[in-house]
Design a binder for this molecule. Structure first.
Ligand code: GLC
Length: 555
């Protein structure tokens, strides 16, 4: 068993976490100041989203220099101090590395665009126009074509994401060498690992061609998801960088299935420690389309969780467990009740997540139940993906109110609003003007949570501590009971000696189930303060009530 099988991770979105100098932008000294807080929460691993220099078309995922820190966050010296302080708390730190693309401001791209013969000429994907048209009809993940015309080079370049984020050509051995040298440099700085951005896109299927566009999935991804050399490239990184430096890794796998994810994370393949998959966060897409007002269905969620729990165990891989991140709306707003039952809802999510097999990730603000921003005007949004989607929806004839309602439900900015530390202006995030304004007024802050023994924060602390104490969290198998039940989720995990069960009422109305199922169990976590409501043969789960129990295995 590896240390990270029982550990809990925390994702920091640095620009919204804690500002220390009043420029409205979170920074490294701010993170250092909050490390004791994270230690108190009990986490052992931090994922930091990118802090490299970047023109900021995609909040740092468009990197213009891999080997230093963006001055808005601080200096490399601040970074090293942060590492040292974190290590004193036995917290490890993962950097976010974006290897699929760079910024158009990166020196490699600036050189590459000059002509067709320079040493960087094929560090990226360049193509001529096809009959006066873009080279292929693929769709960018940020709306529009994946191809952008470059006047200088008189060719198109490929960008799966935003147009200032050209895709790197990993088939070029010189590029691979430079990237590995850059990763080795980060290892020398003392970091503990990497979160690898859209890592299953780095190998492209050549030659490129048009796609049918018959479904939302026929958008070109067949040419870049899990391409022919992706495992080879990851094995190379593992052999040269991860393994010799004892690094922890988590891959972001876009549109990957269970079998592929198992392959990436099975230790026998020497690739990644674990991976994020997204199928459970697509259950409220309509016909596979994100920018729609979606419906939540509990049986659909159960089916996806079961598929990944059972499937990844069968493939000997490892899941990274999460409900939200900087690319997703807040899960309580999305799937549950972020108003009257907000505390119960967030605790339910924690209980359901921590009972699963994998390494749980808490996204900043989840531990206090932060909810969506509910912006009412397009100008309040900063994110290009959201703004482009809004423009595209309007162009397709979606009315303003509906387009805004869709953004309220699906925009990534919902998770990017400043962290709520206390009740001073801007919730103590900054003394200046925050880069993104806070959402709706909110009574809940870290300060309140720390003063309340029944807080969401306290429940996360309990769950984080329970995982290493009970092996069944790590090695138990998985059974979803009553998969078609539309209101109550009940799953069990069993090993040789113990049974872990989770019950969760995902509805706002009380639900009664058989009390016999609770016999001989110990309550490890609960989101109501006063014990379970048992009456005769039945027990009743109140609105959004959730409980995690552990009992002895009956042979
Ligand atoms: C990942 C990041 C996201 C970014 C994209 C392109 O999905 O998490 O924020 O926009 O990759 O780098």
């Amino acid at each position: 068993m590896a240390w990270w099988h029982t550990a809990t991770a925390y994702q920091i979105y640095p620009r919204s976490f804690q500002d220390s100098n009043g420029d409205g932008f979170g920074d490294i000294p701010g993170i250092i100041r909050r490390l004791p807080y994270l230690h108190e929460l009990g986490i052992q691993l931090i994922w930091l989203t990118p802090m490299y220099p970047s023109p900021g078309y995609d909040n740092g995922y468009d990197i213009s220099d891999y080997q230093t820190i963006d001055p808005r966050y601080g200096t490399l010296t601040d970074f090293k101090e942060m590492l040292a302080v974190a290590h004193r708390y036995h917290i490890r730190i993962m950097m976010d590395l974006v290897l699929n693309h760079t910024s158009t401001e990166h020196p490699w791209f600036k050189a590459s665009r000059q002509d067709k013969t320079n040493p960087y000429a094929d560090f990226y994907f360049w193509a001529d126009a096809a009959a006066g048209q873009v080279p292929t009809n693929w769709l960018s993940r940020f709306s529009g074509s994946t191809w952008e015309w470059d006047d200088q080079r008189q060719q198109y370049y490929l960008h799966i994401f935003e147009q200032h984020m050209p895709d790197l050509n990993w088939d070029n051995p010189v590029l691979r060498k430079k990237i590995l040298a850059m990763m080795a440099w980060w290892a020398e700085q003392g970091i503990d690992g990497f979160r690898l951005d859209v890592i299953n896109m780095i190998s492209k299927r050549i030659p490129f061609g048009n796609v049918s566009r018959a479904t939302p999935q026929d958008d070109g991804r067949a040419y870049y998801i899990n391409g022919p050399h992706v495992h080879h490239y990851l094995q190379l990184m593992n052999q040269k960088i991860f393994a010799p430096n004892h690094m922890i890794t988590v891959g972001e796998l876009a549109s990957a299935g269970v079998a592929e994810t198992g392959e990436f994370t099975n230790p026998a393949n020497h690739e990644l420690a674990m991976a994020f998959s997204f199928e459970h966060l697509k259950i409220d897409y309509t016909d596979g389309r994100k920018w729609t007002l979606g419906q939540f269905s509990l049986p659909a969620l159960k089916a996806v969780l079961t598929k990944w729990q059972v499937g990844i165990a069968r493939e000997h891989g490892w899941n990274a467990l999460f409900w939200t991140n900087h690319d997703q709306p807040r899960a309580i707003s999305r799937f549950l009740n972020d108003d009257r039952y907000r505390i119960e809802s967030q605790k339910l999510l924690a209980i359901v997540q921590f009972g699963l097999q994998g390494t749980p990730y808490i996204y900043q603000g989840e531990e206090i139940g932060m909810r969506n921003a509910y912006f009412t005007n397009i100008d309040q949004y900063d994110d290009r993906e959201s703004r482009n989607a809004y423009a595209a929806m309007r162009q397709e004839g979606v009315d303003t109110a509906t387009a805004l309602a869709i953004l309220q439900q699906k925009s990534r900015d919902n998770a990017r609003t400043p962290m709520h530390w206390n009740h001073t202006p801007n919730y103590g995030f900054t003394t200046g003007t925050p880069w993104l304004q806070p959402g709706l007024d909110d009574p809940v802050t870290v300060k309140d949570a720390l003063a309340d023994p029944q807080s969401i924060f306290a429940l996360y602390q309990q769950l984080i501590a329970a995982r290493p104490a009970y092996p069944v969290f790590t090695d138990g198998d998985f059974h979803m009971l009553a998969p078609d039940d539309t209101t109550v989720m009940h799953y069990q995990r069993r090993n040789q000696t113990a049974v872990l069960s989770v019950w969760a009422n995902w509805s706002g109305t009380p639900q009664s189930r058989r009390a016999a199922d609770l016999r001989n169990t110990r309550l490890l976590a609960h989101n109501y303060p006063d014990g379970l409501q048992i009456a005769g043969e039945l027990f009743t789960l109140r609105p959004y009530e959730a409980v995690l129990l552990v009992g002895k295995q009956v042979q």
